[in-house]
Design a binder for this molecule. Structure first.
Ligand code: ADP
Ligand code: ADP
Length: 225
């Protein structure tokens, strides 16, 4: 089954007397192992779409399936539980905990889920090594470069083997060369782990690295070449 499936998803905001129809019926299917770039101008609704897909907000219409589970009928606690299990987030800024090492930052979500310390550490070190950070395990975020910080954030986001990775401008704060490297390891880990990624970006060149490119036009999703 798809990793993530949006069916006729709608979102509108009241703005004074009028209603802003941000998303008018989004249909999107992400398959396991697939990376999709979401490219659209500011204000088009990218963050709204990512928040809906991440079960952080509720749509005004339509249905969102995570794996084969429909979510519209779920209460907040069920949605949070499903989010923690199945969805990883990466943001423009890494939001790592400054007092913890790279390894500990990646261990944390696993331990919150209930994994033992040793197992969480083993998984964290393996992931960080895969992302080229084998020599940075005990560094705190402040001791890492911007690109290294984002790679730790990616490791943290996929530590619990989610079905879906959602990223909002993950390289927006990096220089072009570093951004290119971070995108490369991101797509690599998507393919290697079989998760599905939806990545909002302004960078068309980096979007070329992804399997598919989509945009938002008048509240609808359009596939790009
Ligand atoms: P993008 O991420 O593509 O820049 P957003 O999803 O952040 O776009 O916003 C899309 C539109 O929805 C914008 O016009 C924004 O002002 C509006 N919007 C976003 N969140 C809210 C909100 N909570 N209330 C009212 N309007 C909102
Ligand atoms: P936590 O496990 O820290 O309580 P949640 O389960 O509520 O967090 O959310 C899981 C992920 O969603 C985390 O990565 C968190 O940073 C992110 N998140 C939570 N609320 C928001 C929000 N309002 N906007 C953007 N991201 C959020």
């Amino acid at each position: 089954s798809p990793a993530l499936h949006l069916q006729k998803v709608q979102r509108r905001y009241a703005q004074g007397e009028t209603t802003l129809e941000i998303l008018r019926g989004i249909d999107l299917t992400l398959w396991p192992g697939q990376s999709v770039a979401l490219i659209a101008p500011s204000g088009a609704g990218k963050s709204t779409l990512l928040h809906l897909a991440g079960l952080l907000e509720r749509p005004d219409g339509g249905e969102i399936y995570v794996g084969d589970q429909p979510t519209a009928h779920m209460d907040d606690a069920e949605r949070t539980a499903l989010r923690r299990l199945e969805i990883g987030f990466v943001y423009q800024f890494h939001h790592l905990l400054p007092e913890f090492s790279a390894t500990e930052n990646v261990m944390l979500p696993q331990m919150i889920r209930g994994l033992g310390r040793a197992e969480a550490r083993r998984r964290a070190e393996e992931l960080l090594a895969f992302l080229g950070l084998g020599q940075r395990l005990s560094h705190r975020p402040g001791m890492l470069s911007g690109g290294e910080q984002q790679r730790v954030a990616i490791a943290r986001a996929v530590a619990n083997t989610p079905r879906v990775l959602l990223a909002d401008e993950p390289t927006g704060n990096l220089d072009p060369k570093t951004a290119d490297h971070v995108f490369a390891v991101l797509t690599e880990i998507v393919r290697a782990s079989g998760l599905a990624a939806l990545v909002a970006t302004h960078n068309l060149e980096l979007a070329r690295r992804m399997d598919r490119r989509v945009t938002l036009r008048d509240g609808l999703l359009v596939e790009l070449e």
